[in-house]
Design a protein around this ligand. Sequence first.
Ligand code: ZN
Length: 252
Amino acid sequence: MKNMLKKINVTIWNEFRHEKTNSAVKKLYPEGLHKAIADGISAEDLNIRLASLDEPEHGLTEDVVSSTDVLLWWGHCAHGEVKDEIVKRVHKRVLEGMGLIVLHSGHFSKIFKTLMGTSCSLKWREAGEKERLWNIEPSHPISQGIGEYFELPHTEMYGERFDIPQDGKIIFISWFEGGEVFRSGVALERGHGKLFYFSPGHETYSIYYDQNVLRVIGNAVRWANPLIYQAHTAPNAQPPEVIQGIPPAAQS
Ligand code: ZN
């Protein structure tokens, strides 16, 4: 029987600058960390495209955005170079239903800050220390296949307080060797769109080759795949019931 499964259209967006300017990052992610993620989560049900900052319209043309079900976002040193019109386009599409997965330093991206409405600030330290990610929602689709916790031997510390709104569902809490803790996996909704922030992923560590990290990202893609797309309008409404004592012509 023919497989009628509709593939999920995934676009992995990467700033793609460190890989060109820093030889250590280039060695670790020769084709960009977006390519490493694409290879790592590759599966039959996913149709994956790559996009990056230096392409026309940052690779996020109207056509690309309107045909993306789930967008992944990695940015760091060039958040300010992302054009506001592109941020607006992505924002609108998220509110209509598109899923968005924001990775690591994407916490300071324009799109994440727009969607959160807060500063999204946090503490950080680059000491290559151990991180233990505790899976505190084992029944959530995003944490399937992950045990009680998993560890990354060398990571950048991201610590509390993380200035995001409190309406997200915390899936992972990280503990760092140096002592800090962090909400490292948070699932949120904005409009009809589902969002997942996932903090591991500093460009000088081999984090996007880690099987647990890739599993979480793959799970998040499937969770964030929209069930509906719906534009937001503000219609003047006819009542579904007759309002007693009001002439029909005045009932809207
Ligand atoms: Zn980093």
